[in-house]
Design a protein around this ligand. Structure first.
Ligand code: ASC
Length: 232
């Protein structure tokens, strides 16, 4: 358990950043925007950032590092796999609901869909995340795949998972910028004049980047890996 103390410091920092990001998302939509509801208006759109930050960033980040929590090393590997798959399933459902909120809002307001780079990369990320989840379930959780297939797919599963997570964070940053440019123009104070909402949401972007940096660091240190098969 080399550097276990450092791992705990990074974990607690990541959890605080994750909770703070969700809190910032809620303050953004309730204090600066129209709140939350499901009525075809802006308050329906607001589910999009809240559910993406909660599910697709925070919960996905935790799902990535569950195997590395030292106190789970005594638990069966199968149980941790279920937790990993369960958290990712919750994240996928929240991401899909958040997309439905955006399409529904756009269609109600006659706003075109799928023209921005944010929407192209974001929808691609949700599709690949779903594929990753289905493939991961079939290969690593169900008892049918031979160990040789599991071993050859594992590096691809890890690489794809980290790539999707980083892509989701980049997509959220594009989304913040888009929303601020759309929302902060006359009669509202322009984005370019740095009103409080702009500073607040830029700060949220920074929090998410640091959260992602910590998760990716914890997930890629070989010495913090779960020890091989104490019981599997
Ligand atoms: C699994 C599992 C592992 C890997 C290994 C192949 O499903 O529990 O540790 O795949 O068997 O890399």
């Amino acid at each position: 358990m080399e550097g276990y103390g450092l791992f705990l410091v990074l974990l607690v920092s990541a959890l605080l950043l994750g909770f703070l990001s969700v809190l910032f998302a809620l303050v953004w939509v309730f204090h600066y925007r129209e709140g939350l509801s499901w009525d075809g208006g802006s308050a329906e759109f607001n589910w999009h950032p809240v559910l993406i930050i909660t599910g697709f960033i925070f919960i996905q980040g935790i799902a990535i590092i569950v195997y590395r929590l030292p106190w789970t090393w005594k638990c069966s590997k199968l149980l941790i796999k279920f937790i990993h798959a369960g958290l990712n399933t919750i994240a996928m459902i929240l991401a899909i609901v958040s997309l439905v909120a955006v399409f529904d809002f756009h269609n109600a307001k006659n706003i075109p869909n799928m023209y921005s780079l944010h929407s192209w990369i974001g929808l691609t990320a949700v599709i690949f995340y779903t594929l990753q989840l289905v493939l991961g379930f079939a290969v690593f959780l169900l008892p049918f795949a031979p160990v040789s297939l599991r071993a050859s797919l594992m590096p691809i599963h890890i690489y794809s998972g980290l790539l999707i997570f980083a892509t989701v964070i980049a997509t959220a940053l594009m989304g913040f910028t888009e929303k601020l440019i759309f929302a902060l123009k006359t009669p509202a104070p322009a984005y370019s004049t740095s009103p409080p909402e702009a500073i607040f949401v830029n700060t949220l972007g920074l929090l998410i980047v640091i959260f992602g940096a910590l998760i990716l660091w914890m997930a890629t240190r070989p010495h913090w890996k779960r020890p091989p098969e104490q019981n599997s």
